[in-house]
Design a binder for this molecule. Structure first.
Ligand code: ADP
Length: 273
């Protein structure tokens, strides 16, 4: 609590008056704290691969200088660490760009079925490398508006990548695009909407983690997420993009069965406003 005392001028004859301004600073503190935590987390995430790179450079300059086999192996690890840093920096920049525009609604219209088909095709090699198959079911002609195609493509990429990364090896990922049933979910807005859903057959996520998944750098299994190549920012980016579209993100999961990530988006209204 901040207390601000301002003497009133001119003072009254009975000895003067004070104006007291009381302001609750709890929220400001929480925001400051979150910012500080974010910078600390981001620095730590960048430092880990950097420390590994520095270590390998020293080894290659010293003890492993003439060892061709060790050299090749270490260079492979160094390339992976450098790539991890690059992905992290890309996601950090992406997140801050999205945050800046979050209060300006998008202005375009996006055919979701066509976008989903294009993304599945573009991600074929990445998903295939993880042994994942995508089954796409999309009603044709469903247009989200107002919407931003680049950002919605990123939502699809992040959700599909997670489904492949944390889903069952050689499993099938169900990607569906359809109309949102009015009243189909208590958290869905009342306006006409569309839903993109991504379902995997992975081990699922324990209930107590669900509400925290979209926090920056939150990981269910810290070691596994990093090892699997995640930056810890994917779902935070999804959440901000969905917010910008005035949409909703719902995460449902059953342990031992799999997880479903559902994104509600506004549908183009007839007459196109
Ligand atoms: P990351 O880059 O670590 O994947 P995300 O923000 O995309 O970060 O996801 C946060 C965490 O949520 C992940 O580290 C993982 O623990 C969990 N998670 C995300 N998607 C899934 C999924 N489909 N199945 C199980 N766990 C998931």
């Amino acid at each position: 609590l901040r207390v601000h005392a301002v003497p009133m001028d001119p003072p009254l004859s009975d000895g003067g008056r004070l104006l007291l301004v009381l302001s609750d600073r709890t929220r400001d503190r929480a925001v400051e704290r979150m910012r500080a935590d974010f910078v600390a987390n981001a620095s730590h995430e960048l430092r880990t691969p950097l420390a590994s790179l520095i270590g390998f450079i020293e080894t290659l300059r010293g003890p492993a200088e003439d060892d061709r086999e060790a050299r090749a192996r270490f260079l492979g690890i160094m390339a992976e660490q450098a790539d991890r840093m690059r992905r992290l920096i890309d996601d950090l920049l992406g997140l801050s760009r999205i945050e800046i525009t979050e209060h300006q609604p998008p202005t375009g219209r996006v055919d979701l079925g066509a976008l989903a088909a294009a993304e599945v095709e573009a991600m074929g090699p990445v998903l295939g490398a993880r042994g994942a198959r995508v089954a796409l079911e999309a009603e044709p002609g469903l247009v989200a508006a107002p919407a931003d195609a680049g950002q919605l493509a990123q939502v699809l990429r992040n959700l599909l990548e997670n489904a492949a990364r944390y889903g069952r090896e050689d499993g099938t990922i169900q990607l569906a695009v359809g109309r949102a049933e009015p009243g189909g979910n208590a958290r869905w807005p009342a306006r006409p909407g569309l839903v993109i859903s991504v379902t995997d057959e992975g081990p699922g996520i324990a209930r107590h983690h669900l509400s925290r998944l979209t926090e920056r750098f939150y990981r269910v299994d810290r070691g596994r997420g990093r090892h699997a190549g995640g930056t810890g920012l994917g779902l935070a980016i999804v959440k901000h993009i969905v917010n910008r579209h005035r949409g909703q993100l719902l995460i449902e999961s059953e342990e031992g069965v799999g997880s479903t990530f559902r994104v509600w988006l506004p549908a183009e209204t007839p007459g196109g406003d």
